[in-house]
Design a protein around this ligand. Structure first.
Ligand SMILES: NC(=O)c1ccc[n+]([C@@H]2O[C@H](COP(=O)([O-])OP(=O)(O)OC[C@H]3O[C@@H](n4cnc5c(N)ncnc54)[C@H](O)[C@@H]3O)[C@@H](O)[C@H]2O)c1
Length: 262
């Protein structure tokens, strides 16, 4: 029997989450979107057709998320996937100018915002007995530091949480993996209203492929991790970064425009 995907995508109104919704629908699956931006989620659902249902809400409110889960799971085919894309962009700042409130806001958004849907929806999938797959969103900043302190720490935490839950639910057939995108062309990186303003040169210089990633490329790997094609993979975090992590030791040798002089 074909493996019909029925997937909850948090943060699915925009960027990587929206591309994931499109990819799952293109393969004949169903999607429930949970996003703070209800209007945008609704518009995407309308454009993708009846196999997509939108629900406005925050992943940070466990009770509301439980209600969203009950509503969506009643209307969707049996849910066998969860993709945690919800999160707010961080602002780079030195620790001296980084108030604890801002630290908490970003850690909560990215780490707790992954934990709560795993707790509510992952636990339900594990208890349901039919198994499933969870894909969390890590980052190149899970592996390398940057001046977005809370974001890097939270994304590092997402890798550890992914491994812990992969082991915890292994026998129940719930696989838990993560993708670690490099800089990806979404509103998170470049808000629409300020598209032309961000100088992309430093990002391109840090990316061996010399380009931004496209949300569809990240969605393709997420789709693979949701699908039965990745049945042996659990607890993994897969870089989707055009070589950023691999290339991060090249700067002292002049970068990666060519092989070092002999
Ligand atoms: N774009 C990049 O360069 C990049 C790189 C690495 C990792 N990521 C990660 O990928 C994920 C998706 O990023 P994106 O680029 O698609 O961002 P995006 O801004 O395009 O989409 C994020 C979505 O999350 C929603 N959201 C935010 N907080 C929420 C909450 N509390 N509850 C429900 N919805 C909420 C927003 O409304 C938005 O629709 C994030 O975790 C981000 O950290 C992005």
């Amino acid at each position: 029997m074909a493996h019909e995907l029925s997937v909850i995508v948090t943060g699915g109104a925009s960027g990587i989450g929206a591309a994931t919704a499109r990819r799952v629908v293109a393969a004949g699956g169903s999607v429930g979107i949970i996003d703070l931006d209800g209007e945008r989620a609704e518009a995407l659902a309308r454009s993708l057709g009846p196999s997509v249902i939108a629900h406005a809400g925050s992943v940070l409110d466990e009770e509301a998320l439980g209600a969203a889960w009950r509503t969506l799971s009643d209307r969707l085919p049996p849910v066998n996937g969860l993709v945690n894309c919800a999160g707010v962009p961080p602002v780079p700042r030195a620790i001296e100018d980084y108030p604890v409130a801002e630290w908490n806001r970003i850690v909560e958004s990215h780490l707790t915002g992954t934990y709560i849907p795993c707790r509510v929806i992952g636990s339900a999938m594990a208890a349901g007995g039919a198994g499933g797959a969870i894909v969390n969103l890590a980052s190149v900043l899970s592996f390398r530091s940057g001046p977005v302190l809370a974001y890097g720490a939270a994304k590092c935490g997402v890798v550890n949480l992914t491994e812990a839950l992969a082991v915890h639910w292994a026998r129940q057939g719930v696989r838990v993996n993560a993708v670690a995108p490099g800089w990806t062309d979404t509103p998170f990186l470049r808000p629409k209203e300020r598209q032309g303003e961000r100088d992309l040169t430093p990002i391109l210089n840090a990316t061996p492929q010399r380009r931004l990633m496209r949300p569809e490329e990240i969605a393709e790997v997420i789709y693979f991790l949701l699908s039965a094609a990745s049945s042996a993979i659990t607890g993994a975090t897969i870089p989707c970064d055009g070589g950023v992590v691999a290339g991060s030791g090249w700067a002292p040798y002049g970068g990666f425009e060519g092989a070092p002089a002999r």
